[in-house]
Design a binder for this molecule. Structure first.
Ligand code: IMP
Ligand code: MG
Length: 174
């Protein structure tokens, strides 16, 4: 079986939208600071691009939560593979994710983080597939709502491939 990638969102479209999100986040956190929590690995490209466009002081931490195998299907199993390095107590925390699909990963993660008593806890995702939602998640900042198609690029992978594409593409199996 061979795979091809069709462009869904160009590099220019993604960059422009991240700029807008960065400006909005900068306004919303004006006078404060923000702790960005990058959800590895998929969130890493988006987190870097977003962080560069936020004008309030930013600190970064990383977390890795797995809910998927090397497949395009959700396993429904969520586990913390790597936890944060620092406490988020009394911090204004913004979780940065690549995509929200069923919502299982994020609802688990947000619940877990909420118990650590951050001052505020918000969620920013580059992509959202609302049609696929199984568990409700409140999303504060969304880059793009996309249809129910398997996408790659900008951090998103298919069997660990394509994360480095500078655009969002739809993977097509032939
Ligand atoms: P959820 O728990 O079903 O919301 O899954 C979220 C995670 O599944 C994301 O952080 C991605 O790692 C992965 N995922 C969901 N949809 C896609 C996709 O279209 N392409 C690549 N990874 C995806
Ligand atoms: Mg992810």
């Amino acid at each position: 079986m061979s795979e091809t990638v069709r462009v869904l969102l160009s590099e220019e479209e993604v960059d422009k939208r991240i700029q807008e999100l960065g400006e909005k986040i900068s306004r919303d956190y004006a006078g404060g600071q923000v702790r960005l929590i990058c959800v590895l690995k998929g969130g890493v490209f988006f987190t870097c691009e977003l962080a560069k466009r936020i004008s309030v002081p930013v600190s970064l931490d990383f977390m890795s939560v797995s809910s998927y195998g090397n497949d395009t299907k959700s396993s429904g199993v969520v586990k913390i593979v790597k936890d944060l390095d620092e406490s988020i107590e009394n911090k204004d925390v913004l979780v940065v994710e690549d995509i929200i699909d069923s919502g299982r990963t994020l609802s688990y993660l947000l619940e877990n983080l909420r118990r650590r008593n951050p001052r505020s806890l918000k969620l920013c995702t580059l992509l959202d597939k609302p049609e696929r939602r199984v568990t409700e998640v409140k999303v504060d900042y969304t880059g793009f709502e996309i249809p129910d198609e398997f996408v790659v690029g900008y951090g998103l992978d298919y069997s660990q491939k394509y994360r480095n594409l500078p655009y969002i593409g739809v993977i097509e199996l032939n």
